[in-house]
Design a protein. Structure first.
Length: 235
């Protein structure tokens, strides 16, 4: 099947290699180690921090944030670092149910303001936890319909303010540009191959809008991402 044909609809059957329990541990470690490069170049979290998170910090002076499915933990560390540089305190809890991700994140060393947990979001709901922000990066396309509904419900329960789920936007252009631009990160890791699979599994804006409850909104986050938002309207 050509990549063009496979992009007309979400490829629900494609599986990322790093999601397999028997994937190569060394390649997985290299993949986690290269996530910061991918996220810095593509994911737009600096822009989201400036537009959506920093204004709340400026009003309150401090805030708490939950990162669901944190992977290598690089987004959590970046957000805490940017807040600290701006003179604010952002206390981040970064969770991932995958023991391999948790081991890598904790192995990066301590990061001021960041706490890692191996946990599902539902466990924090059961504990009665609440945060000023709930975020995720690149997890929505991994979830089936039931898991997606669960994460959105958990996010609403866990947030007293904004929920910001950042995910890839499926398009022919994003597929081809990622194929061309990110192959140097591929050797020895799963970045390149799994990145292409991720795009195949991702939503268009219309698909995502028709999938989530009406209380959620879908916004563009740069040319390559959607931001699924729940919470107060921006001023």
């Amino acid at each position: 099947m050509s990549p063009w044909g496979s992009l007309r609809e979400r490829d629900l059957y494609a599986v990322e290699e790093m999601d397999k329990t028997d994937c190569d541990p060394q390649r997985l470690t290299r993949t986690y180690a290269r996530f910061p490069v991918v996220n810095r170049l593509l994911s737009g979290w600096r822009r989201t921090y400036v537009r959506r998170i920093r204004p709340v910090l400026a009003a309150q002076g401090s805030a708490s944030l939950l990162d669901i499915g944190c992977g290598s933990g690089d987004v959590a560390r970046s957000l805490a670092h940017w807040a600290r540089k701006d003179g604010f305190l952002l206390t981040v809890t970064a969770i991932d149910p995958d023991a391999r991700a948790f081991a890598f994140a904790t192995g990066t060393g301590s990061a001021q303001g960041v706490t890692y947990r191996q946990a599902h979001s539902s466990e924090l709901v059961a504990e009665g936890k609440v945060f000023d922000f709930v975020i995720s990066n690149h997890i929505l396309h991994h979830l089936d319909s039931g898991q997606l509904a669960g994460v959105l419900s958990d996010s609403e329960a866990l947030s007293r303010g904004l929920v910001l789920h950042n995910d890839l936007k499926r398009s022919n252009l994003s597929y081809v540009l990622f194929m061309i631009g990110f192959w140097p990160l591929g050797p020895g890791s799963y970045i390149w191959g799994d990145g292409l699979v991720s795009i195949k599994r991702s939503y268009t804006a219309q698909e995502l809008e028709s999938t989530v409850p009406e209380t959620w909104s879908v916004e563009a986050n740069g040319p390559w991402h959607h931001l699924l938002v729940h919470g107060p309207e921006r001023p």
